[in-house]
Design a protein around this ligand. Structure first.
Ligand code: PMP
Length: 395
């Protein structure tokens, strides 16, 4: 149809500019090794940090929930009612995060969308003060709100202070930031941010998508890592990364969470998470509450991989997290590494290039998990040594 011709043109242009994303098809469950198009490859690009996505206890919990509650939640909770599983998960998450309450959303994306657009609207005399490298879901949440935003430079507390000072007369100010930055693995300086929030009477909202299950006591996240539970107003999280399932949530003060139940648009206008997903997430929280064994394994694997790569001569930037950016700088080199790792070494590892990261900072982003063995990671190190030499990247 001629009226849709522009779509073909757009797709062609994406391909010509090298911005077209090819999506690989997995024929197995998520895990350290996956089958892609009939080929068994070492998976180094999933956020399944603790290996919970196919953990037997979690699978069992999901199956049991299907037998007890079925597969669908029926509708949104304000219409079809909250299932007891939803309430149980919210209570478990609040307890795990050491917060008064939590509200569950269908995804982390929806959690940011719902919370940010409800906490500040264009009718308020207010402003978002947003970190330069915030995740797209934060940006979309602020857009949906329609309230103005100002951006401060990445990790730059002088700049944050300057923006707060410029906006000090606004009635509502929300400082919003990723806790862990997903392309670099660097951490937001939450203690300094909390001090500034207090000084300027601003709310503080931290996206802990990559922090939970990884940082803090038993994976309680970045706020627990810094022990700042009473200084950070809102902690947003996802159930799709370390927890291995799907869903998102916001934890914080009881009344504020109740307010989000009344005003959070994805909570009010999109159907509730399904029973097997909710039960699986409950099981994931329970696993972390019982033992920090998987979190310790993840860190042990992270140190092994990152020390090995640094010893080979690779630059890993400023990561303080299992997110491991192997800096190759040049876009074509990064694409070539990713392709050859896959074709010649059976390693599935993603090249991250412009526009996701600035030009000239292309990289392979590796993500070790608790489910990898030391042999798996040694195999990655050997491949990076071999390929680095073959391409002339390592001298
Ligand atoms: N925030 C950050 C920082 C993320 O990396 C992601 C996932 N890419 C999200 C939010 C969205 O989470 P979800 O995948 O659960 O929608």
């Amino acid at each position: 149809m001629a009226k849709l011709d522009w779509i073909r043109e757009e797709l062609k242009e994406l391909k010509e500019k090298g911005l077209y994303v090819t999506i690989r098809k997995l024929e197995s469950s998520q895990g350290p090794w996956v089958v892609v198009d009939g080929k068994r490859v070492l998976n180094m690009c999933s956020n399944n940090y603790l290996g919970l996505a196919a953990h037997p206890k979690i699978k069992e919990a999901a199956i049991r929930a299907i037998l007890d509650y079925g597969v669908g939640a029926g509708a949104v909770r304000t219409i079809a009612g909250t299932m007891e599983l939803h309430v149980e998960l919210e209570e478990k998450l609040a307890k795990f995060k050491k917060r008064e309450a939590a509200i569950l959303f269908q995804s982390g994306y929806n959690a940011n969308l719902g919370a940010l657009s409800a906490l500040l609207t264009k009718k308020d005399n207010g402003v978002f003060i947003s970190e330069e490298l915030n995740h797209a879901s934060i940006i979309d949440g602020m857009r949906l709100s329609g309230a103005p935003k100002v951006i401060y430079k990445h990790l730059d507390m002088e700049d944050l202070k300057k923006r707060l000072e410029e906006n000090k007369d606004k009635e509502k100010k929300i400082i919003v930031s990723d806790g862990v930055f997903s392309m670099d693995g660097d951490l937001a300086p939450v203690p300094e941010m909390a001090e500034l929030a207090e000084q300027y009477d601003a709310m503080l909202y931290i996206d802990d998508a990559h922090g939970e299950g990884v940082l803090g006591d038993s994976g309680r996240g970045i706020v627990d890592h810094f022990k700042l539970h009473d200084k950070v107003d809102f902690e947003m999280g996802t159930l799709s990364k370390a927890f291995g399932v799907i869903g998102g949530y916001v934890a914080g003060p009881e009344e504020a969470i109740e307010y989000l139940r009344q005003r959070g648009r994805p909570f009010l206008f999109s159907s509730a998470p399904n029973p097997p997903d909710v039960a699986a997430a409950i099981a994931a929280v329970e696993i972390l509450q019982k033992s920090d064994e998987l979190v310790r394994k993840l860190w042990d694997n992270t140190h092994f991989l990152q020390n090995g790569l640094r010893d080979l001569g690779y630059d890993l930037g400023n990561t303080k997290h299992p997110i491991t950016p192997v800096m190759l700088y040049d876009e074509k080199t990064a694409q070539e590494f990713s392709r050859r790792l896959y074709d010649e070494y059976n390693i599935f590892a993603q090249a991250i290039v412009y526009p996701t990261v600035p030009l000239g900072t292309a990289r392979i982003r590796l993500e070790p998990s608790a489910a990898h063995s030391k042999e798996d990671l040694q195999y990655v190190l050997d491949a990076f040594e071999d390929l680095g030499k073959k391409t002339g990247f390592l001298k």
